[in-house]
Design a binder for this molecule. Structure first.
Ligand code: NAP
Length: 258
């Protein structure tokens, strides 16, 4: 199926690794020109070069921090200067503070502030700066990566769930405000996605991964490609009548019927 987004311009935030990098590759495979944004310049440039080589689209890498206003303003100025505007915004973020803890054990104010900034404020700061670049083009797609925990809270995830719920609320407001401009706004809510690309304490051990597989009727972890496919669909022409929604990518973990 032709997704109808060839030659559009997309920004994918938090895209020097993991899901962001994979989503950027998936959109570039559809002929979308790409703006990448993350803090580590050399990693980001390596991803940019990978995408240029594989998909032959224009890629601009802007090294910066979603939490730093000056970096986000520089990002938005670069998009305006290089592309004259933006069609697709994928708001991915870094992870919540590690390790995950039970709610009553989350007593450190600093961790709550860090989670708020990482999960919610960074996404809002980018959205408020770059969505104006989408206005006036008659078409646009905003897709925020949240978590299935927003629909069914998972144990030890309160630090993330509380602020992902905030992202979901922000996106719903935005969807209502920009729909008449042809811009759709949705969330993709993953859980149990394979993160074997991660190293160190944040990666699940083989035993934890085995236990997590049993949480879904499918009996396995999800793949990065399965998240990317849903993001690419929401970015497509065909998804034009889907807005203000959250699509879960969690292998049926959530027990609710709808
Ligand atoms: N795997 C799942 O099942 C699942 C479920 C629900 C939600 N999620 C969420 O999905 C998101 C992506 O996960 P992942 O596994 O791909 O994470 P990851 O491998 O840790 O990658 C995180 C990316 O975010 C960038 N980043 C972090 N903080 C940043 C900041 N302040 N400004 C700009 N870029 C920043 C990092 O690059 P730099 O360090 O270079 O900045 C990196 O490119 C996370 O928010 C995760 O919590 C995952």
């Amino acid at each position: 199926m032709d997704l109808g987004i060839n030659n559009k311009v997309a920004l994918v935030t938090a895209s020097s690794a993991g899901m962001g990098r994979n989503i950027a590759n998936a959109l570039a495979a559809e002929g979308v020109n790409m703006v990448l944004f993350a803090r580590t310049a050399d990693k980001l440039e390596a991803v940019a070069e990978e995408i240029r080589q594989k998909h032959h689209v224009k890629v601009v890498a802007v090294a910066g921090d979603m939490l730093e206003r000056a970096d986000v303003e520089r990002l938005s100025a670069t998009i305006r200067e290089v592309f004259g505007g933006l069609d697709i915004l994928v708001l991915n973020t870094g992870r919540a503070p590690n390790p995950l803890r039970a709610t009553l054990e989350e007593t450190e104010e600093e961790r709550w502030h860090e989670a708020y900034r990482n999960q919610l404020w960074g996404a809002i700061q980018v959205a408020k700066s770059v969505v104006p670049l989408m206005v006036g083009r008659g078409w646009g797609r905003v897709i925020a990566i949240t978590s299935a925990s927003v629909k069914q809270p998972m144990p030890h995830h309160s630090l993330s769930t509380v602020f992902r719920a905030g992202v979901t609320a922000y996106m719903k407001h935005l969807a209502n405000e920009v729909g008449s401009m042809g811009i759709t706004v949705n969330c993709v809510a993953p859980a149990l996605i394979d993160t074997s690309h991660r190293s160190g304490s944040a990666a699940y051990t083989p035993a934890q991964s085995e236990a997590r597989k049993k949480l879904t009727p499918l009996g396995r972890m999800g793949t990065q490609e399965e998240v990317c496919g849903v993001v690419a669909f929401l970015a497509s022409m065909q998804a034009g009548f889907v807005t203000g929604s959250t699509i879960q990518v969690e292998g049926g973990m959530i027990g609710a019927m709808i």
